[in-house]
Structures are given as structure tokens and as C-alpha cells.
Write a protein that binds this ligand. Sequence first.
Ligand SMILES: Nc1ncnc2c1ncn2[C@@H]1O[C@H](COP(=O)(O)OP(=O)(O)O)[C@@H](O)[C@H]1O
Ligand SMILES: [Mg+2]
Length: 287
Amino acid sequence: MNSRRYREEVYSMEELKDKAPRLFGIPSGVEGLDNLFFKVEIVNGKSIKKPLGGYPYLAVLNITGVADTGKSLMAEQFAVKQASLGYRVLFITVETPREFLVQSLRARAAAMNIPIEKVERNIFIVDAASNAKLREEVDLLLDTMAYAIREFDINSVIIDSITGLYEAKEVLARSIVRRVYNFLKKWHQTGLLVSQKRSASEELTAEAAGGYGVAHIVDGTIVLYKKLIISRYDMQTFNLPIGSVIRLMRIDGCRMTGHDTRTYVFEITDTGLVKIISPLDEYIKRK
Ligand SMILES: Nc1ncnc2c1ncn2[C@@H]1O[C@H](COP(=O)(O)OP(=O)(O)O)[C@@H](O)[C@H]1O
Ligand SMILES: [Mg+2]
């Protein structure tokens, strides 16, 4: 029996005590979102909630929703915000070719009142939208990402969308997401994975988000949803005119930290910024 080899696979908690990352938030660039993540501290025997002030550092989060719900805007806002703070972001674009992503990032920076120079200096782009090999060969993509992370000292990685990496091979969804997840952990990255929600059923849950089971792999999921006010019932419930749209957001689980579990109303401003307004129940009461 090779007990030395087995011993290598068993850790005492004590030998890991300095390895656990500190829990804090990194700004999301989305107004109203940062304080929905919190940690609980025990002070004098009482537990108090302390807002994290952003996405949990080193978390790999999944932003999901059907088309046109604001996923890409949130991904871009995070990229621009982090870049403005001097952190390096790697943006893997899988749907939008790089020229168009740059145009969109510029628009986001302008809307957020952030000087473009800082953003340009700190955002790096891998264009898997234009290069089919990067999209189809996970090894090649991960090697390219490893190169970029090392070479440019990257802190956060965004993939918009992870779903685009297994378009015609849904059965591989879990294994691809697992590999990307492990990769981001190994390379010490905070990750934002955008995934397309297939089904409109179970709308405000991670069900069918980015392929079945993806939500179980990542550290947490944010679900975006838009509801068309079309029935008398909706009109009365939401107190909104027929034909209007209400946008809703929920943090559907985050295993790294505490989080608000309510459903929130958000808007997409004219300049294209996702902005949280208030919890749905308060919104309805106020109307
Ligand atoms: N100035 C703007 N720029 C971009 N999108 C805007 C703007 N103003 C409003 N929007 C809305 O935001 C939506 C884009 O959301 P997006 O993040 O691209 O969706 P997805 O969830 O498909 O990634 C558009 O369909 C549009 O309805
Ligand atoms: Mg998108």
C-alpha cells in the first residue's frame, strides 16, 4: 500500500488554515446590487449582517435569463467597474465579435461616467465569437485564458456566454462548466459566467439555466426575468398599464456568503445600465 500517496490527498483543517480566502465583496458596477450580498458576524452573542459591497471575491457566479433580460449589460458593467478600479479583466466574448463588444463597453463606460482610458488599459478580450476553434475546443480556450491571466495579471474573468461553448452538444454542458469552474478556481479568479436560460418555465429559478445542472456547479446564480403585463390580473397585481414590461431579479443561491433572497424590480436605463430599484413587495405597495 502506497500510504504516502494517499496521505497527500488528505488535508487536516489545521494545515489549510491560512489557505482559506478572506471573504469580501468586489463592486459589480450595478447600482443597488452590491449590498444584497452580506456576511454575518457575531458581536456580543448577536448576529449582525454586514453588506459585502459586491460579488464575493473569488466566487464563480452564473448570470442567467432568457434573451434580452440584461445579462450582457451586467457583465459589461462589472468589467468596466473593475477596470476603473485598476483591476484587470479578461472578457471571453462568445456571441458578440470583439469590435462590437468594444463599442458596447465604451457605451457602458460613458453611461457610468468612467473615463475610457482606464477601461481600455485594463480590459483584455478573447474573441471566441469570431474564432470557432476557441469556441469548440475547450482545451485551446483554457490554454489561451491561462496565457492571458499570466501575461496580463488578470483578476476577473467574464464569459458571455458559457452556453455558447456547448451549443450543439448540450450533454457536455456539465463537464464543460465543471472544467471552466475548476480552471477559474485554480487560477484564483473571480468569474462571471453568463448563461442562456432555455425554458421560460420556473422563470425566477436557475432551472434550465445554461443546460440542466449548471447551477449546481457554480458558487451562485443570479436570475433575470422580464414580465410582460398582458392580463387584467397582471395589471392589478403590479399596478402597471397593459403592454408594459416589469424586470425582475433574484439571487438564486450563493454558497459563499449570505444574500438577500427577495425578488427585486430592476430597470434598464436609456443609456443601457441595469439598476436595481426595490424589492418587488415594496414596489407593489408603493404603487
Ligand atoms: N442603451 C442601451 N443599450 C443596450 N441595451 C439597452 C439600452 N437601453 C435599453 N436596452 C435594453 O437592454 C437590452 C439588452 O440587454 P442584454 O444585456 O443585451 O440582454 P441579454 O440578456 O440577452 O444579454 C436590450 O434588448 C434593450 O431592451
Ligand atoms: Mg447577451
